[in-house]
Design a protein around this ligand. Structure first.
Ligand code: ZN
Length: 253
């Protein structure tokens, strides 16, 4: 009886020790950039997202750091990370932008949410427009609403746990012109179902091809339109997609 107890104790000790060793060897490192001085609904999502990323990191063997200091978009810092996430903000200085371009052109990976992909005639960053597959912000729906989405390809690592269609929680939806689908290097993964039209009350999107998740296959990157308000992370399908995007990008060789 005593020896059995000893074996039991040794077994527990061994497994708890090996689990600790296991969790100490992350597969990849992620740096998430966000902002606290932007629209409140965008800050709310950033807070939720950082909690969610921390939860994923603890179970999926990666480490996550986060910062509001966009000057950390520099070569010295970025070389420590396999994946950079922009949560509802984008770089504004030339130095930050050049460092990010260099990072992405030398094997870095990026996941961008919502405003991360925003660009218009005043942003003056043609590289980002190319990076997004040519997508330029055209208009948005308002107020934020849930919407039915169609999954374009359920065999992709990012979308493999999604049903063919699902209701994405309350969000502000962006329409892009031109649509990134027109770019031969872009693979659209999820699209707004045209059955949602007219979408909005104050600002109404009446029609148009509206991709919401896509990748430019020339880079390790995924853009997601989601990111407005505190309801975005309430759908388990959509959360699976975010998790799978992080793992795909973080592990991608
Ligand atoms: Zn928004």
């Amino acid at each position: 009886m005593r020896s059995l107890t000893l074996i039991g104790w040794l077994t527990i000790t061994f497994f708890s020790h090996s689990k600790k060793l296991f969790s100490q060897t992350p597969e990849f490192k992620v740096l998430a950039f966000y902002a606290t001085t932007v629209e409140k609904d965008h800050v709310d999502f950033a807070g939720d997202a950082l909690h969610f990323f921390a939860h994923l990191a603890s179970k999926d063997r990666f480490t996550i750091d986060s910062t509001v200091e966009w000057d950390k978009l520099n070569e010295e810092t970025l070389k420590n990370y396999q994946l950079v996430i922009w949560v509802n903000e984008f770089p504004h200085t030339e130095a930050q932008r050049r460092a990010f371009e260099h990072y992405m052109e030398h094997g870095g990976a990026w996941l961008g949410f919502h405003v991360a992909g925003y660009n218009d005639k005043d942003t003056n960053w043609p590289w980002l427009v190319d990076f997004l597959g040519g997508a330029v912000f055209y208009t948005n729906s308002w107020p934020p609403l849930a919407a039915r989405l169609v999954v374009d390809d359920r065999n992709h690592p990012v979308t493999r746990r999604l049903p063919a269609r699902f209701i994405s929680p309350i969000n502000e939806w962006y329409l892009w012109k031109p649509s990134p689908r027109l770019n031969k290097n872009v693979k659209v993964l999820v699209t707004l179902d045209s059955a949602n039209y007219p979408l909005g009350k104050k600002d109404i999107i009446k029609n148009g091809d509206l991709p919401v998740v896509w990748t430019n296959t020339q880079f390790k990157m995924v853009y997601m339109n989601m990111g407005h308000g505190d309801q975005v992370l309430t759908d388990s399908f959509q959360n699976n997609m975010i998790e799978d995007a992080i793992l795909w990008l973080g592990r991608k060789k």
